[in-house]
Write a protein that binds this ligand. Structure first.
Ligand code: ADP
Length: 647
């Protein structure tokens, strides 16, 4: 593991073949930083990183904030020292019987400093709001970079989602908190230094004693920061579950089912229970932190109390004057107050530190992911794809989703995958489109192992539409144009793809045609039917200029006529491109050059429709069952009846 808590071991040999990976463990399972209290020696590195992050987000604002803090610190020192001079001046004037005007200029100067400090505080607050937003944006951009760099596999692991969530917590607010802590410490330090100077002039012996008061405060701040991070860390999974429930209760997509099934009460109860747990845990954490801060300030008060006791003893013993004792006691109390302020800043620093370490370790996933990534160019075009003995188990899977799967797809062919639910068809499509790497076996694309080439480059040659394709809440034209982002403005091509997918008429009927926003939750938006969305998704695949097209249940939501038309014209529609069709409807893939039948993650049969029917195996059995279901049904669609009887 690196210092950032990121593993150095590469369990994913980029050359394909056997990938030794403990079941259910991925690089994303690394929990991030140590949960030990952030040690003093680690603090400078964290603070430097926090400064770097805030500097990158808003350098001018950071400088201005630091300058204002310095002004404030200097102002405090001036007030303490000026106050002492003023007091001395008043005493001298009193003894000399001089007029009040003798100390007038000092008084005016002190008032001016107070006003300037008030202005600096107000300006600093506004500046921090802006700097906070800039830092949050910077952090969010870095988080997005990581999320886009990691393999899809990351999104299959709870650990990655926990880390993502904590990174948002740690990156958006905590760097600025650390910088504020640092600036507060610097400001408080300046103020304390001024007081220490004043105190040393009055009674040097008191200085080390008074400063010792800072130690318990500092220790309490360190422990308290650790306690809070542990709270946030341990509650992340429950927080995610709670936020998921909140999404169910407030989101557009689940809203209809939540109402139709009357789920509101049950979901709200579960949401409330998770919130109750969080609040109970927060209370426990707050009590612990309160005890810690009480101990810290008790320790400090005891030390400062001893210092004041010493002063009183010296004054009573006649070793110092009453005025000196009074001034020194005042200085000790001011110092105590400064130290408390510094302790609050140290607390901010210590509270932010583990979150920042966690955030940094999350950011380190990007170089790790990039180092694992091949930069070799992918083959252009498509002549032959051979899958050899592929096996794959999902990170959270209990058993392999694919086992020893081999197949071949030649340029220009239409090849079909059929099989019952859960037989591994979609998983195979994910492997062939290089969204996942197999744990064993390899995929040769025109002779090149796809595990050895740049995945993004390879995916440029693949157009894949999964059954759970995305519904983009964007204008209709973008829902097609996103198939080829570099040509998103090519309206003619978009319209041609829409026509191929049978979506042109429906788009023309929309209020703003192709410009219509598809999402009723936004002003001017509207929605489509499930089948209409599917036509758009198909159009997106057609628009993509890729030689290899994978359509996973492309007609699941289409009406019988549209389905029939699509399969009958698939070769013409896709203009000789190579097609992998996935369906659990056996009748729909009869046109394929070759059909692979999957069962429990294995290819159990392969051949043309006629060959498979003649063979009398699983395909023939399932095809027969589906055909009988249509034939036996009184209200079965005539098209299906026709299709089945043609078999
Ligand atoms: P099909 O497309 O044939 O219906 P899939 O390829 O989607 O089947 O699924 C194959 C197997 O993998 C199933 O047993 C399913 O439960 C499992 N599976 C699918 N997706 C995941 C996932 N993201 N995590 C864990 N297991 C999964």
């Amino acid at each position: 593991m690196t210092a950032d808590g990121v593993p150095t071991g590469d369990r994913q040999a980029s050359g394909g073949g056997e990938r030794q990976q403990p079941r259910g463990v991925t690089i994303y399972d690394v929990c991030g930083p140590s949960q030990d209290p952030p040690r003093l020696r680690r603090l400078p590195r964290v603070v430097a990183a926090a400064l770097g992050l805030v500097w990158a987000a808003g350098p001018r604002q950071l400088l201005a904030a630091a300058a204002l803090k310095a002004l404030n610190g200097a102002g405090v020192a001036v007030l303490v020292l000026g106050g002492r001079d003023l007091l001395a001046g008043v005493l001298a004037a009193d003894r000399a019987g001089a007029a009040f005007s003798a100390v007038g200029p000092e008084l005016v100067a002190l008032v001016a400093v107070t006003v300037a400090m008030g202005f600096a505080a107000a300006a600093g607050q506004q500046l921090q709001d802006v700097l906070g937003e800039l830092t949050a944006r910077h952090a969010q951009e870095r988080i997005v970079e990581v999320a886009c760099a990691v393999e899809l596999e990351a999104f299959e692991t709870p650990a990655f989602h926990d880390r993502l969530q904590r990174a948002a917590l740690g990156g958006q607010r905590r760097p600025l908190q650390a910088v504020q802590g640092l600036l507060g410490l610097a400001g408080g330090g300046l103020g304390a230094a001024g007081t220490v100077v004043a105190l040393s002039a009055l009674q040097p012996l008191l200085v080390p004693l008074a400063l010792a008061g800072a130690v318990p405060l500092w220790m309490a701040a360190a422990k308290s920061g650790q306690v809070f991070f542990r709270f946030a860390y341990e509650l992340t999974p429950a927080d995610r579950r709670r936020q998921y429930l909140y999404g169910l209760l407030t989101g557009k997509e689940p809203a209809k089912e939540v109402r139709a099934f009357g789920l509101v009460g049950l979901l709200r109860d579960r949401h409330r229970r998770l919130y109750d747990q969080r609040i109970a845990e927060l209370r426990r954490t707050a009590r612990r932190r309160m005890r810690l801060s009480l101990l810290g300030s008790l320790g400090m008060s005891a030390v400062l109390g001893a210092a004041v006791g010493g002063l009183v003893a010296m004054a009573l013993g006649g070793r110092i004057s009453l005025a000196e004792a009074g001034a020194a006691t005042g200085a000790v109390f001011v110092l105590g107050e400064r130290l408390m302020g510094a302790a609050i800043s140290a607390g901010q620093l210590y509270e932010a530190a583990p979150f920042i370490e966690d955030f940094l370790s999350f950011l380190a996933l990007k170089p790790t992911a990039e180092a694992r990534r091949s930069v070799q160019a992918a083959p252009r075009g498509f002549s032959r794809l051979v899958a050899e003995r592929l096996s794959f188990t999902y990170p959270s899977g209990q058993r392999p989703a694919l086992c020893d799967v081999s197949l071949e797809i030649r340029g220009g062919e239409v090849v079909a995958l059929v099989g019952e639910n859960g037989s591994g068809k979609t998983t195979l499509a994910k492997l062939l489109s290089r969204l996942y790497l197999p744990q064993s076996g390899r995929i040769l694309w025109d002779g090149t192992d796809t595990a050895t080439v740049d995945a993004d480059d390879l995916r440029r040659s693949v157009a894949v539409i999964f059954q759970d394709f995305a519904h983009y809440t964007l204008p209709a034209r973008d829902n097609i144009g996103l198939g080829r982002p570099e040509s998103i403005d090519a309206l003619d091509g978009i319209a041609a793809a829409a026509a191929q997918a049978g979506a042109d008429e429906l788009l023309a009927r929309l209020p703003d045609g192709y410009e219509t926003l598809l999402g009723p939750e936004f002003e001017g938006g509207t929605d489509l039917s499930v089948g209409q969305w599917q036509r758009l998704a198909l159009a997106r695949a057609f628009f993509r200029d890729a030689p290899f097209v994978i359509l996973d249940e492309p007609t699941a939501a289409l009406d019988a006529r549209a389905e029939q038309e699509l399969f009958a014209r698939i070769r013409t529609l896709l203009g000789g491109r190579t097609v992998l069709l996935i369906s659990h409807r056996f009748s729909s893939v009869r046109c394929a050059d070759r059909i692979y039948v999957l069962q429990a993650g294995r290819v159990v049969e392969a051949g043309s429709h006629a060959e498979l029917v003649a063979r009398g195996g699983l395909y023939a059995e399932l095809f027969g069952l589906q055909a009988a279901a249509y034939l036996g049904s009184d209200d079965g669609p005539p098209g299906a009846r026709q299709t089945a009887s043609n078999a």
